[in-house]
Write a protein that binds this ligand. Structure first.
Ligand code: NAD
Length: 363
């Protein structure tokens, strides 16, 4: 099992180190290799996704990714900005299906800004299409070179586009995922004003006819944003395009208490995947040892389940996280009265202790 470890920028190295530690605590053999990605790769090698990093990712069974980006790179030409590394990996590895589960752990009900009765027991899955939409359409603007020149005009645009095959394959992923859950899919679009969304809605409806056992409904993205905070438990599987999914999944993260708790998996047709927390590089807390590593640790669990065929090891990590939360340990983002505040490393250590303790007990 070959894992490419790409820690990236900001809190990326801190949180990835904890996930690696957790993986190493399992009684499994991994080949792990680390490479630069994002702003640190630009600083060292002049490109956010150096060829050696891309090659390592392509040859691995899975990629464990931290986060990329920092405000100091904001003035770079767009193709050289750290976030382009992630877009490049998604495109080159064909990672079209992004799974973002939003689960509210019993122990964290009080950490959400929403009322306990609204979020207790929440377990929804947002499936975001990842390689199409406005992020991959043709851009034009101040930081987009055209034939080596910047237009520098006072007008900019990005094109939103989707093709039928792109929508079909993500729709199949959503309906199949719903079969393993409560058999409900909500497709989110903006078909009242966007042509791209009308195609999206038509194609999802057609694919839905192949899954008569799954209930499908459609919702406009503005309404979905509202319903997610009004009555999030009404959703089960939500399938949507790249940009709407980006925004809605961040919104959903706050239902769970903190973005520091939300893992994600991005898969291609061959189950090769990139696993990363849903949050960014958090430059405001980088280097302070306070970031929550649980989203990354839970992403490693998703990696074991989806790409490395080790579902039992994934279960063990997820159980260990629950035990640690039940013991009252909290990083700053999920801390509340009556719980014990710990740093990034202590949180990772606690998960490791829980895993190794269980191993010892078993043997
Ligand atoms: P962010 O997710 O990095 O941070 C938002 C807020 O959440 C901050 O207050 C941060 O401190 C907090 N936060 C995030 N992760 C946390 C964790 N694990 N524990 C505790 N608190 C946490 O989003 P942002 O501030 O909008 O962006 C910062 C940088 O990250 C930008 O350069 C952006 O482009 C980049 N970014 C990268 C990715 C990625 O690599 N996948 C995703 C989103 C943003």
């Amino acid at each position: 099992m070959k894992i490419a470890v790409l820690p990236g920028d900001g809190i990326g190295p801190e949180i990835t180190a904890e996930a690696v530690k957790v993986l190493q605590a399992l009684d499994l053999k991994f080949e792990m290799e680390t490479a630069l990605v994002g702003g640190c790769a630009f600083d060292a090698q002049g490109h956010p996704l150096p060829p050696a990093t891309l090659k390592l990712a392509q040859e691995a069974d899975a990629v464990l990714f931290g986060a990329v980006g920092d405000w100091k790179y904001d003035k770079l030409d767009r193709p050289l900005r750290p976030e382009q590394a992630l877009l490049g990996l998604r495109k080159n590895l064909g990672l079209f299906a992004n799974f973002r589960p939003a689960i509210c752990y019993e122990q964290l009900v009080g950490a959400s800004t929403l009322k306990p009765e609204v979020i207790a027991g929440l377990d929804i899955l947002i499936i975001r299409e990842l390689t199409g939409d406005i992020y991959f359409g043709q851009p034009r603007g101040r930081r987009t070179a055209v034939d080596g020149h910047f237009p520098g005009s006072e007008e900019a645009f990005d094109t939103m586009r989707y093709s039928r095959p792109e929508i079909e394959r993500i729709a199949h992923v959503a309906f199949q995922a719903a079969r393993k859950r409560s058999r409900r899919v909500t497709s989110v679009d903006k078909a009242n004003v966007l042509e791209t969304s009308q195609l999206w809605k038509d194609v999802v409806t057609e694919v839905g006819k192949l899954y008569p056992d799954i209930a499908l409904d459609h919702m406009y993205v503005d309404n979905a944003a509202m319903q997610l905070v009004r009555a999030p438990k009404k959703f089960d599987v939500v399938v949507t395009g790249n940009m709407f999914g980006d925004i809605l999944s961040d919104e959903a993260s706050m239902l769970t208490g903190s973005i520091g708790m939300l893992p994600s998996a991005s898969l291609n047709a061959g189950n090769q995947g990139l696993y990363e927390p849903s949050h960014g590089s958090a430059p405001d807390i980088a280097g302070k040892g306070v970031a929550n590593p649980l989203a990354t640790i839970l992403s490693a669990a998703m990696m074991l389940r989806f790409s490395l065929d080790q579902p039992q090891a994934a279960d063990r990590i997820e159980s260990a996280v629950k035990v640690v939360l039940a013991s009252g340990l909290r990083t700053a983002d999920i801390h509340s009265e009556g719980t014990k505040r710990v740093g990034t490393r202590e949180m990772g250590d606690a998960v490791v202790t829980c895993l190794t303790h269980k191993t010892t007990t078993k043997s």
